[in-house]
Write a protein that binds this ligand. Sequence first.
Ligand code: SAH
Length: 389
Amino acid sequence: MKTIRLRKGRERSVLKGHPWVFSGAVEGGEAAAGELVEVCDSKGEKIALGWYSPASQIRVRIVPDAPIADLIAEAVGRRAAFYADDAVTAIRLVNAENDLIPGVVADCYAGHVVCQFTSAGADARKEEIADALMKFAPFCQGVSERCDVDSRAKEGLATEPAFRVLRGAEPPELVEIAENGVKFLVDVRRGHKTGFYLDQRDARATVGRLANGADVLNCFCYSGGFGLFARACGAASVTQVDISADALALAKKNEALQHYCGTAMEYVEADVFQFLRKCRDEGRKFDFIVLDPPKFAATKGQLMKAARGYKDINLLAMKLLKPYGTLASFSCSGAMDAEFFRTVLAEAAEDAHRPFQIVAHTHAGADHPVRLSFPEGEYLKGVVLRSIT
Ligand code: SAH
């Protein structure tokens, strides 16, 4: 096995359990894309195993000394409680580094497993991974792959074809899933991520519980998630806003899947930044606003610009709330930690001249575990704020 030697002192983060070795930490050694390598400290002492990525800034990703099929079986096994829960038919089976399988995401939509392989090591092992998922994932009908993800380009991996079946059944055009009493259609070929924002499941339930009787504005609605939970929980009205016509078309199809209820539904194709200003100018107000924007900061370098974006929409939303209104605000920018996000919200509240109290914090669910030694794994945070005037 080839050896990658680290610079003096750079073994520390590996020994603490961080799964990434950056190119700047490497003193010497080379290997092929995806090859299993030994990682040594500057004295030549072996400290870990890893997958080599010659084209990436993340040069080595640490892996356990175990067959990949065993790691998949263990990750799937840790989700047993989800399989026992009939109310949820879509879950994340493998959460990459957090499940000790770097660069492998596997989401299961009612038996159709959709993977993303975003490290050279993961890509090189995808046939074995697909076999293991077919074998160990309960109810698995087939395994497919999405390649159209930016992080593959950074690893020097092909981003086409966007979608292909690796094993078993071809999934239908739209896969129907259930999430805590609400049904969704998932476009596994063209939808965002692997088709659905599974990471917001717990947050959608929290928003639903708080939205009874409310006039709800759901910004960045995608396929309707938060808005359909608010509707299911008895919201008076729901306005779903997204810039994508395709997302709104799917949101409408998703509404049609639900039981009849009296909630008034409105769909608006608009840029949220502009729509919030339009509501302000028209004096339109809401009891409950959800802000779940896409990632504003991909890197630490974009953090300050991102902070201005978050502050802008949160300030506008705070001003659009009726008395005692609620704002559920999210950030999926990994570069912005939870504390900084709260600071941004506090600054927005100050400028809005409204006092708020935090009524809930939300996180990705237990099928998206975060490894304690890998802070980068915790990208998603949510804060639910209630105006106390
Ligand atoms: N809340 C959703 C996920 C939101 S993903 C859920 O629970 O499923 C972010 C969404 O924001 C995407 O659908 C994208 O089309 C939309 N979007 C991105 N920029 C936007 C903008 N400036 N204005 C409105 N929508 C935008």
